[in-house]
Design a protein around this ligand. Structure first.
Ligand SMILES: *Cc1c(COP(=O)(O)O)cnc(C)c1O
Length: 229
């Protein structure tokens, strides 16, 4: 891959690398998911031409119509709230579901995955901030449901995802990201499994999330709205 120095994308990659280095991690541990929701296929193609191949979408219908217009080599993750009645359509489109946000959804995905002969890779979304506007398991519900979730034969649960509250000062997000990491460490210890993925950090707060252990950052506006990059 070659990047031009003045591109916003290169600045983001540099900031990811610097945040990784500050926390004693390697930039290669962190995957950048370019969140391309609401972006038309030609805008996504521009970013593909800059070298990115991993994209995140938050609506099944929108993704289903854009993906066939873009190169086959791309990788797609689902990052939004998934309705149970869209699971059948979504399963073949996405390599990783970041946002399994309820036991009911997990049960539906497991059942439909079995019918379709699939083993979806998923993360569990945790509402660590407790904001009523956010989807996800509360930390308490997560702990109560985890045993059942990990027994679902079809779902490959690889870790946790969260969204921090929107604030002016990104530093205020740190405790939420730290809490997700601690929940993960505790669950990994209790169940003896790696749960190695932590999806946290968006345009405004990805550096803090990386310092707190993110392995996947989901960045939309900083990539696509170049003024913010
Ligand atoms: C839109 C979205 C993002 C990207 O947000 P930006 O602030 O534009 O970087 C990340 N994660 C989820 C779940 C989203 O819906």
């Amino acid at each position: 891959m070659s990047f031009q120095v003045d591109l916003p994308l290169q600045r983001i990659l540099d900031r990811i690398a610097a945040a990784a280095q500050r926390s004693g991690r390697s930039a290669s541990e962190i995957q950048l998911v370019a969140v391309s929701k609401y972006q038309p296929a030609p805008k996504i193609r521009e970013i593909v031409e800059e070298g990115l191949t991993l994209f995140g979408e938050s609506r099944v219908q929108e993704a289903a119509s854009k993906i066939p217009m873009l190169p086959n080599k791309l990788h797609w993750h689902f990052v939004g709230h998934l309705q149970s009645n869209k699971v059948r359509k979504a399963l073949p489109l996405f390599e990783l579901f970041h946002s399994v946000d309820s036991l009911d959804l997990a049960l539906a995905m497991d059942r439909i995955a079995e019918e379709m002969g699939r083993f979806p890779r998923v993360l569990l979304e945790v509402n660590v901030s407790g904001e009523a506007s956010k989807y996800g398991f509360s930390p308490t519900t997560l702990k109560a449901s985890l045993d059942q979730l990990l027994r679902l034969p079809r779902l490959q649960i690889e870790g946790f995802m969260t969204m921090a509250p929107l604030t002016k000062d990104p530093e205020t997000t740190r405790p939420y990201f730290a809490q997700l990491r601690e929940l993960r460490d505790e669950a990994a210890r209790d169940f003896g499994i790696p749960l190695s993925s932590l999806s946290m950090g968006m345009s405004h707060d990805f550096e803090i999330a990386i310092e707190e252990g993110a392995t996947l950052v989901r960045i939309g506006s900083a990539i696509f709205n170049k003024a913010e990059g």
